[in-house]
Design a protein around this ligand. Sequence first.
Ligand SMILES: [Zn+2]
Length: 505
Amino acid sequence: MYNRIYSAAILGIEAVPVTVEADIGPGLPGFTMVGFITSKVREAEERVKTALKNTDIPLPAKRITINLSPADIRKDGSRYDLAIACVILAATGVIPSETLPDVMVLGELGLNGEIRPVPGVLPSVILARKMGLRTCIVPKSNRREGSVVTGIRAVGVSTVGELIRFFTEGVIPEEGTEEPEDAENEAADFRDIRGQETVKRAALIAVAGFHNLLMVGPPGAGKTMIARRIPSILPPPSPEECLAITRIYSIAGLLPQGVSLIRKRPFRAPHHTVSPQALAGGGLVPTPGEITLAHRGVLFLDEIAEFSRRSLEILRQPLEDREIVIARTQATYTFPADFLLVAAMNPCPCGYYPDTSRCRCSPQMIGQYLGRLSRPLLDRIDLCTEAAAVSYDDLRKGEEGEDSASIRRKAGAALERQKMRFEGNGLLFNARIPASEVSRYCETTPEAERFLRCVFSKMSLTARGYHRILKVARTVADLDGAERIALAHAEEAVFYRSLDSKYRI
Ligand SMILES: [Zn+2]
């Protein structure tokens, strides 16, 4: 007796079809599983056997062979449990086998016959629809995630009993009253930050042109507070971006319970002790790392000088290519990693330089500290700004700052100008203008031109550094609603490089 059903494997951020086949034949009773599977998949045998037994369905005393194909894709995890149970149930006549070819099944089995959530449901349901299937059976707690996809039915089941009733009687388990999507906690708002106008301005420019930002300042200057508020001034994600972000969190198994679609931009702030693997993505069959979880959002590296060199080196390629490629012996995986990098650091090991009344670090120590950021990494950061020391009173007193909604509108208007300017050539942000197009898009007034030429020789800039200033100036001009980069715009852009000379970074 032979039967087959579809399931799906996750490779990178894509789901690919996997066919689960069962053959039950005469011979010594036994259970064999083949098809390039990891030990985790092999454990399905015990889970399936026990779950069926506890649902009062004895396995036939025959020779059972399970094959997962195609054979060249490594299959990992517990996501095939339910598909394996299905083909066995069909092979033993418990469920009708003719319904199987139209269905995709995903889910982990508990020993008591309960069906547990698995990662990657969203891309799998999208795949099932692409394959022209009519139904995708998923664990009940993943149903909302699957229901985002239109044009296919995502059925949520919570027990083997429910699965059988669906196949035999067409009973769709009650959806239950799902809690309303959690009303997002009021996000942190820029209005809470008094003072620090320069840093706030830099944050606006960063968002308005998608420029990576580095804040240097003593502890307590509000760097972290500002970083955490940056997502609140980013334009809300488009529907396609929501789907792309949700897909990543689905695969990482990090979709919050009851959330079907992530509608806000991610903010990831890995600690400086994070391993290079956790940052990049790792595992035998790699899963998304922090830089991918920050896709279309903010990656915040607090105390960036404390990160290991290996971790920081990992950022280089994604900052250039907007994706990360992870090679394994059997395959190469590509994960999207298009994030806004926001970094913060102290100016010296003690944190108080250049306040010489408090800083006791030697020039050598300061140099070494800043030297931890490699030149190639710094080359990818467009804006450097200093967060001055502020007293507690400064932060408390005075008027409330400008609120996030108002700052977001300014950034939005600048982004809109960029969209119009780049219409039809695939660019979205000033920060992404390629070297070959800088002169075309970053037109300057004669005064600005003279000023920049002077700066170029004085600061002994590289071509790359010069382009970076021009792109930031372009964003400042966009915020100003100006067609051409004027002197004031160029001056402000150069101001965000002044740290280079001050700290010799
Ligand atoms: Zn110091």
